[in-house]
Each structure stands twice: as C-alpha cells, then as structure tokens.
Write a protein that binds this ligand. Structure first.
Ligand SMILES: [Zn+2]
Length: 334
C-alpha cells in the first residue's frame, strides 16, 4: 500500500475549493508517456498552476502501473527542480470501470479516482460509487462520480449518443454516494470527432465548422441543486484546426475533426466547473509536430528529433489552455 502523500501528491479537495472561490478550473491533462508528462509539469510550473495528471485504464496498461507510480513521484520532484516550491499535483484515474480498478489505483498511490457508473441504472451507479468512496476516503483519496452519458470514443469508453445529466437526480446521487465531485453531460464529448458536419454551421469569416452550443441550462440546473459543489467536464478538447491542418498537410487523414469552442469552456471555467478534461488536443499537438518532422526530414531517425518538437508543441498547448481557457495560472503559493 502506497499513500499518495508519500509521493508528494495532493488530492482535489482544497484545490477544487480554491477554484470554486476563484472562478477558475483545474486542468486535467491525460498522459501516457514521458514527453507528455514533462510538457504538463513544465507548463504547470511556468504558469504557476495546480494540475491533475490523468491516467485512463488504457494508459495504465500502456505505461505500466509501477512505472506510473514513479513517474508521478518524479513529476513532483521535477516540478521542484524547475523552481516550484509548492507544486500541487494530483494523480487521478480517469474512467475507473470497477471497484477493483479504483482500489488498485488507490493502493498504488493515486490521490484521486473517478468511478464511472454512468452507463448503469441510477441505483447501481449509486451503490458502486458509494463503495469506491467508502474505500477511498479511508486514505484521503477523493472520488469523482458521473451522471449522464457523454457521446464519443475514449479508450474503452464509447457511446454513440449522449444523454444530458438530469439536474433532478444530482442531490440524491451526491448525498447517497458521498462523492467529492461530479462529472456531468452537457454536450461535450470524447475524442477528436465530437460533432458531425451536419450538426454544425459554417462560420462565414473563417469558413470553419461551428458546433452546436453546450447545454448551459443543464449546468445552471445542476448548480442550482448543488450550490458550491465541484463539477467536472469531460471531453473538453477544442481540436485546434491549425494542428489538424498540419497533420493533414503532412500525410495525415483527419476528416472533419471538430471540438468544443474555447469560448464556451472559458465560460464554464468561471462557474462551478472546477475540473476540465483535455486529452485529444495534446494528441493532436503531438502528432502534428511529429508528422511535420517526418515530412520535412524523411531521413531523421533519432527519436529525440521528433519527440522533442512534439513535447515543445504540447507544452505550448498546455500553457495556452491554462492561461487563456482555464484561468488557473498564478494560483500556487510562492
Ligand atoms: Zn472522459
């Protein structure tokens, strides 16, 4: 049993309370490898932002759970080495699918877990979430639950249609489970293809597709029922068209990749939304940089020569998100 505190990590409790008060949201960036982790930590340190390192079950299988534990510990040490005296770093399980997965993460040093019972009938979701909360809270680990279903594909999680969260259910869910935060469905979705072109309209100035707006009325309904309770948005990548264009100009084939406009996320970050999940955007930034190196220098075969620019491009993206979308910069103690 490894407690997250021994790794220098923190849970989300205080972090979310401050974000709620300050009207900003904490970035939850997914990672699978060293370059992503380096970029996340560097961006967080340089902008003085708290950060959630997020790992899906698939990422855990990909990277190896033992390595991940040391990478998280290393992230804290690296942040300090970069000059951050009091880093606030969470290691969070994204979309935990069972009590066993959550328990295993908690036992391996995670400071926060999500149990995703959103596909289950309400009472079963409540029972599963409560079981995880009861275990996690013994060790100070915070738990994110989910009500409502997001569309899209993310590792093992895949749904064709979304079902908005029903604000009438949230109080009962939070009270019965004791969860620390709640992921809701208001029209964000997983992956880089969040909307079909038919669902969008064309912006006359840019010629680009504009997706339908998020259901802020649902968010307002949830906030009315649960004043001051931390809300989480999944599937909140914006799918930067510059990156998509670089990918496609250099041999890629991403057709009609569409994300959530940053404007809408900025609005959400100022509300009870305390955590915003971003994964696809970093995948796009990484892929765009690598494709460009391969297209420009086909003779290149030193991984540092393409993973280095990929890392730089991700770092730039993370900083841009922290400063211009989430507003979580300059929130760490000196
Ligand atoms: Zn998600």
């Amino acid at each position: 049993m490894i407690n997250y505190k021994d790794l220098g990590l923190v849970n989300t409790k205080e972090m979310f309370a401050k974000a709620m008060k300050g009207g900003y949201a904490i970035p939850a960036f997914n990672f699978n490898n060293m370059e992503q982790l380096q970029a996340i930590v560097k961006a967080a340190v340089e902008t003085k932002s708290p950060v959630i390192l997020q790992v899906s079950k698939g990422a855990r299988q990909y990277a190896n759970q033992t390595l991940l534990r040391y990478m998280a510990e290393g992230a804290v040490a690296y942040a300090k080495e970069l000059g951050c005296k009091h880093p606030e770093i969470v290691l969070h399980l994204d979309h935990g699918d069972s009590f066993e997965t959550c328990k295993s993460c908690i036992d391996m040093g995670f400071s926060s877990v999500m149990i995703d019972g959103s596909h289950l009938p309400f009472e079963e979701n409540v029972a599963l979430t409560k079981k995880v909360v009861d275990y996690a809270h013994q060790f100070g680990v915070t738990v994110e639950g989910e009500l409502g279903v997001l569309a899209g594909v993310e590792d093992e999680v895949s749904h064709e249609h979304h079902t908005y969260t029903d604000p009438a259910e949230v109080v009962e869910f939070v009270t019965k489970t004791g969860c620390d935060s709640l992921a809701i469905s208001i029209g964000t979705s997983h992956g880089a293809f969040k909307f079909t072109p038919e669902q969008c309209h064309i912006d006359e100035k840019t010629g680009r597709l504009v997706p339908p707006p998020l259901a802020f009325d649902v968010l307002d309904g949830v906030m009315k029922e649960l004043p001051g309770f931390p809300i989480v948005l999944h599937g909140s990548s914006s799918v930067p068209q510059e990156e998509v264009e670089i990918i496609n100009a250099n041999g890629g084939a991403l057709k009609a990749a569409i994300g959530i406009p940053e404007e809408e996320l900025r609005k959400a970050a100022k509300s009870s939304v305390c955590k915003i999940n971003i994964d696809s955007d970093s995948r796009l930034a990484m892929t765009a940089a690598i494709r460009k190196v391969f297209a420009d220098s086909p003779a290149e075969f030193d991984p540092r020569k393409y993973l280095g620019p990929a890392r730089d491009n991700m770092e730039k993206l993370y900083k841009e998100k922290i400063i211009n979308v989430l507003g979580s910069d300059n929130k760490l103690e000196d």
